[in-house]
Design a protein around this ligand. Structure first.
Ligand SMILES: [Zn+2]
Length: 64
């Protein structure tokens, strides 16, 4: 019981750290898989759009 509680707290801290990383990554532009330019914007969770070649593609939740 005690160990699972400890794991929960640790997991929460890890997630918070990961969210920080994710948010800083979101400010960057992403590299397009099709034209290779850093013109990809995140439209919503898992959906990305390249402003250069106008392609839409899905990725992981936060970056391609
Ligand atoms: Zn592109």
């Amino acid at each position: 019981m005690n160990s699972s509680k400890r794991f929960g707290a640790r997991y929460g801290a890890t997630v918070r750290k990961r969210v920080d990383k994710v948010e800083s990554k979101q400010k960057q532009k992403h590299k397009c898989l099709f034209c290779g330019r850093f013109t990809v914007k995140r439209l919503s969770v898992g959906i990305f759009h390249c402003t250069k070649c106008k392609k839409k593609f899905t990725g992981k939740a936060y970056w391609p």
